[in-house]
Design a protein around this ligand. Sequence first.
Ligand code: NAP
Length: 265
Amino acid sequence: MATTLEMPVEKKDQLGNAKPVVIVFGGAGGIGSAICKALADGGMRVVVGYNTQAQGAEALVKSLSGEGHSARKAPVTDTAALAKLAEDIAQDYGRCDAIVNCAGTTRFVKHADLGSLDDELIDRILATNVRGAFATVRAFHSLLEKSPLVGGGVVVNLSSSAGNFAIGSNVMYCASKAALDNMTKSLGRALAPKVRVVSVAPALVDTEFVKSLDRDWRDAQAASTPMGRLATPEEIAAAVRAVITTLTFTTGSILQVDGGRTLGV
Ligand SMILES: NC(=O)c1ccc[n+]([C@@H]2O[C@H](COP(=O)([O-])OP(=O)(O)OC[C@H]3O[C@@H](n4cnc5c(N)ncnc54)[C@H](OP(=O)(O)O)[C@@H]3O)[C@@H](O)[C@H]2O)c1
């Protein structure tokens, strides 16, 4: 049986390269950058998709191990731009084996403060976290289904424990992650057997942004976690990498990477 990452020689792409290609949407963000590093360390060619952080994405590409990485503008709310990106990736790499939907947006609004959850914020959250994650799959599906990886092409959706237990930055953010998990199941069924779709669902992750928040609140989140601490971005990245390279018979699943947070304490 072929190993997961290195394909037999005859399966090299038109550019003569056997290294899988993965696009990380939101790749220059706190969790996205850890995912890009883990996938590059795992021997993949990484396309760092950014929306506004072009410089951050370019700097990240330079820091990655291995070769063949690039930074691309990848706004998940712009279907025409995603279609053009898919064409460019087909031309430049000849393949796309996995996409990671790590683009996401939110803002803290207390759940009981209905008036502050305005329509603009609701539309932005749903357009990015839900419609955007569908739009990337729609744009890259025909490339993904040609992937020769064992287990086929892969979509990894960065969901959240907020989708499961409805505690998170605001009501609509929680709803968006529940919708994303539901979509993981529909698409897992619809795209099998050529493409697998899996949600990776962290609770709070100790990114630089989270470190900048109120210390007491952060400590309380850690204390509410059976593992007694928050996840590191690297632990979430390890789960994403495992979904792509190791969990080759897993699809339509929600992988909780939350230190037991959704179990309660
Ligand atoms: N941090 C946590 O505790 C936590 C917990 C559970 C789940 N998550 C999920 O994990 C994912 C990453 O979170 P993070 O903490 O790393 O957040 P982050 O640092 O704010 O990164 C979010 C990323 O999303 C990108 N993005 C936003 N709108 C976009 C759009 N319209 N098109 C393309 N990209 C867009 C941003 O790109 P630019 O910067 O280039 O604009 C940024 O790279 C999100 O889906 C989030 O919901 C986070």
